[in-house]
Design a protein around this ligand. Structure first.
Ligand SMILES: COc1ccc2c(n1)CCN(C(C)=O)[C@H]2C(=O)Nc1ccc(OCc2ccccc2OC)cc1
Length: 246
């Protein structure tokens, strides 16, 4: 049955509420923080960390963000009704994508810095990761998305769509995921129409393949890192990070 517009309104209201409840930092807090950058000494300290130390540090920070995305997913209308296997499959392939989309809210396009450990950091701070290409791609993506200046409502519904992808591998009931996704697709179109920003829809869908390749690059770098430092990953990486990306 075709959903009523009231139902679509309820779906978007519920997703926006869940987004607000599962983002650690509100936009106004980020505004206040955005000019808090690291000193030269602090940057030097991060750059002096060993590869495994810095990787572990970043994995712990990112897992912080991922936990909130898991909570957000559970509150998307229909997500909990999917079978366990499909919920996990969608989170395994989609949670880092949502972290990267949300990262654009914590990005300052004026000095090309991203929120990290309480302040805003430039790419040079991550030098000791030995992943210059991954960091450059993460910053490029965040910069591009930040420049679209999505509202919190647009961001909320877009991230729900990123998670509800019926083409993900290992799904048992694709049709079910597609049905849940359809209402969220209608909600995004409805919000962009209301905001008089239909052109954003095309721009957002254009970013999805880039997001996919970014996450593939992250997994490739993690495999490279795990080969060099198996013990660090095994005993010092957060379990959730290993479960979702390992
Ligand atoms: C929801 O959006 C966000 C965005 C940022 C943050 C948060 N929430 C809350 C937690 N947080 C804290 C506590 O700093 C921020 C964070 O993790 N920042 C951060 C971490 C790593 C970075 O680059 C390294 C890297 C990037 C991609 C893949 C692997 C990587 O390294 C192995 C860059 C920035």
């Amino acid at each position: 049955s075709y959903p009523t517009s009231l139902h679509i309104e309820e779906v978007s209201a519920s997703i926006v509420r869940s987004h607000r409840e599962t983002t650690q930092y509100r936009p106004e807090e980020l505004q206040a923080l955005r000019w808090k950058v690291f000193s030269r000494e602090e940057i030097h300290t991060y750059q002096s960390k060993s590869v495994d130390e810095m990787w572990q540090h970043c994995a712990v920070r990112l897992t912080d963000a991922v936990q909130y995305v898991v909570e957000f997913a559970k509150r998307i209308p229909g997500f909990r009704q999917l079978c366990q296997n499909d919920q996990i499959a969608l989170l395994k392939s989609g949670s880092m994508e949502v972290v990267l989309v949300r990262m654009s809210r914590m990005f300052n396009t004026e000095n090309n810095t991203v929120f990290f450990d309480g302040k805003f950091a430039g790419t040079e701070l991550f030098k000791s990761l030995s992943c210059g290409d991954l960091i450059a791609a993460v910053f490029d993506f965040a910069h591009n998305l930040c420049a679209l200046r999505l509202t919190e409502q647009q961001m909320a519904v877009f991230t729900a769509l990123v998670l509800l992808n019926a083409d993900r591998p290992c799904l048992e009931d694709r049709e079910r995921v597609q049905r849940v996704r359809r209402d969220v697709e209608l909600a995004l179109s409805h919000i962009l129409l209301r905001d008089n920003q239909e052109s954003l829809l095309h721009k957002l869908y254009q970013r999805v393949p880039v997001l996919k390749s970014l996450c593939a690059l992250h997994m490739e770098k993690l495999r490279w890192f795990r080969q060099l430092y198996p013990l660090t990953v095994h005993s010092l990486f957060p379990p959730l990070y290993k479960e979702l990306f390992g």
